[in-house]
Every structure is written in structure tokens, then in C-alpha cells.
Design a protein around this ligand. Sequence first.
Ligand code: EPZ
Length: 441
Amino acid sequence: MGTSNYFSIKCDEKTKGTELDYLQIKGGKKLHGTVTISGAKNAALPVIAATILSDKEVTLTNLPNVVDIRTLLHLLTMLGGSVQHEGTTAKINNTTINSTKAVYEIVSQMRASILVLGPLLARFGECEVSLPGGCAIGQRPIDLHLKALEALGAKIEIKGGYVRAEAPNGLIGAKIIFDKITVGGTENIVMAAALAKGVTTITNAAKEPEIVQLCEMIRDAGVQIEGIGSSELIIHGTAGKPLSFKTTEIIPDRIEAGTYLCAGAITHSPITLEKVNPEHIRTSIDKLESMGCSFDINNDTITIYPAETLKPVNLITTEYPGFPTDMQAQFMAVATMADGDSLIEERLFENRFMHVGELNRLGADIWLKGSVAAVHPVEGLNGADVMATDLRASSALVLAALVAKGTTNIHRIYHLDRGYDDLEGKLSGLGADIIRLKEGE
Ligand code: EPZ
């Protein structure tokens, strides 16, 4: 969908449009065929935020058509930037930014809006960004972002629910050691350091593919960055000189890809994924192999061949290249169909098990103790009404519904719309019986 329309309406109206939608899935269909993987939401968000570092128009391609992307583009226009968004391409021009305040109205809709903090501060010497607060998966503080920006010389104050940051004479390169690996924190500091004066070293940096893409985009704009893809990044800042970015193509969404592999595994169907980077989903492939699935892997395509009988799986979520927390819920759905007990430990977020109760409503037998879920095998799942609680929890319910007997209605699917591009279209294309309906109609 083109966004010219979108920018003429308020973001909350847009969200309301899908708040009343629900998905109805009739389970039991075998899937087959090919699905094209979209650009990665979590790569596109920091890349969009990074365009603030530029004083020229920047073109981004392969953007996924999801609400979070439109929300961040809308935020840029609220700051005074101009955005032409058509299909999967956006041309962003931030030369006209005339406000550095990211308001509550937007940040409360999407906590990744905090990614504008580093670039706004680096480019304009001051900004105010609403505090994102907690969310359905945990408290998610931003203390590490703030501490690192202070180390770069920023003065930070929290007042009236906003982070106010100032560095009137510019940021100064520093040595930063993150106490804990943080994806968003690393992204914010990479962007801030790109325009700082002198050299910034980030130790214990996150090294997700999304961070590699951000670093490469900034490096290709002339900023020397050493250690890309490692846990120590060394960034030689431009001392305030804005960047000039090349056209950037967003990398494939490794979590969307993993979700479709899980769809093949749980429905015992062969599925081919196109436009995917197999390296980025190595751990998901390994786990599915250990469950009995097999794969045909080429440069940018993967075919999953289902297991005759799914074996149980044990997994612990951890930072990349370990098993991603963003795939935990989907694997739990698949594990409900295994022929033995699986153990799943969530180490990154303290509350990322909201899908357990909903999977149990579908007939799963999952026990939760602290950060560990024990998934006991059941004969089969049965359709029911369930509630989506966050993005990945929602996709786990979709996977379970694909094999549940009868009809499952998944409510509150605006969570899915935030991060899955045309989920029902892609699943229908693979042969699933899935439709989007409006509550009360
Ligand atoms: C990113 O969130 C992703 N979001 C999340 O994807 C993903 O689950 C997460 O990384 C982990 O991989 C985007 O990329 C937009 P973190 P982020 O900072 O950056 C704690 C999805 O479904 N922490 O790496 O917010 C934090 O509470 C989502 O697409 C602090 O304590 O995650 C968590 O326990 C949801 N202080 C851990 O670190 C801080 O200042 C990792 O969080 C920052 C983080």
C-alpha cells in the first residue's frame, strides 16, 4: 500500500482500523509451495532511524509492508522530514527536520521509536524522546542506551515521561562497555558514534545481522567501522558532518523465515522459502533438523522437508548467533506436536511466555516454572478462541491453529500486523484455510 494516504491520517486511527480484525483458521490442511520472505522489520527500523544522520535524500528498498515501519516513517514526518513510501521502497529526506521531539503518541505505539534518540542527538545536539515504558514481554528498560550516551558526553534528564538529551558541542568518542548485550542499545550508540568527534569503542556489542546491516550502511557512507559482526565495534566518527547514504536494500527477515519453516514442520508439509539468508537462520534450521526435518539449502532459497514424526526439542534463547528469543514462541507451538517432552528456557525477557496459556486453551499441555516451559506431548490440538498478546506469541497461535482440529479464531491480531507482512495472504498461498474477519460482523 502506498503511504501518501497513510500520512494524511493519524497513526492511532490506522491502528484502530485493524484492532477489530481477527483471523479465522480452519486447521488440518497440508501446505505446499513457495513463499517469498519480506525485508526484515528489525533491520529496517534502525536503518530508517539512521537516515536522520543524513542531509540528503536516502532510498531504502525491500521494506516490509508492516505497521511498525509505517509508524516510524510517520514519526520522521512528524519531526519535519519528508517521506515518499510506495510498495517496498521509501525515499526519505530529513533535510527539513524542524523538531527533535518524539512524542508519546508514537513512542507508546512502538517502543523501537527509541532508535531515533541516538541519531537525533548526534545530528542536532539535542532531542526529547518519550520513555517507551514496559511491554507485553517484559520491562525493557533503556538504561544501557542512556548510560552509553552519557559516556559520549550527552547530558540526560528524565522529566515528564521524556528523555531529554543534550550535547550542544557534539558528542565525543568514548570507550563503552555494555553490561548486557543489547540490540537497540548497540544500534543507538553506533548511530550516535557515527557523528561523534573521535573514536568510539563498543565492547560487548550485539552482533545480530540487523546490526551488521546498520554498520555496513554507515560504513558505506564513509564512516570507518572496524569489527562489524563481532562483539567489539570501533567507530571513527565524523565530528558532526552529516552522512550521505547509498541506496540500502533491507536484508531478509530471519524471523519471518523461521516462522514459515515452523509452519512446514508443524503441518508436516514441504515448503520452499525464497529470498532468505540461510546463514541468518542457522540455529532454527539446526533445531528443526534435530526434530527430524530435513532441508535443501541454496544461496537464497531453503526447502524444508517435514519429519515423519516430530522429535522433542530443548532450547535456550540467547543473543545471536544463539537461538533467538523471537523464535521461542513458534518453536513452542511446534513442540506441542512432538512425540516427547521438550524444554524451552527464555533467558532474554522476563515475561515472554504469554502464549503458554493460549496454547493450552487449544489443548496443549505446557507447564511453566520461572523462565522454563516444559511442553508435554498431546494427541492433537482443538480449535478455540484465543487472544494474541504480542507479535511472536501471535504467530505461535497461528502455527498451532494450522494443525488444530476445527476452527480457531485469533483475536487482537494487530500485534501480527506490526511485524508480519501479509501473513494470511502468504499462508493462503501455501494452501492454509485462513481468513481475516472483523469482530462483531
Ligand atoms: C530487539 O529488541 C528486537 N526489536 C526484539 O524483537 C528482540 O526480541 C530483541 O532485540 C532481542 O533479540 C527490534 O529490533 C526492534 P535488547 P531490543 O535491548 O533492542 C535488556 C520482535 O518480536 N535491556 O537486545 O529492545 C532488555 O530488557 C522483537 O520483533 C536492559 O536491561 O532488545 C532485555 O532483557 C520484540 N537495558 C535484554 O536487555 C537496556 O537499556 C535484551 O534487550 C536495554 C536492554
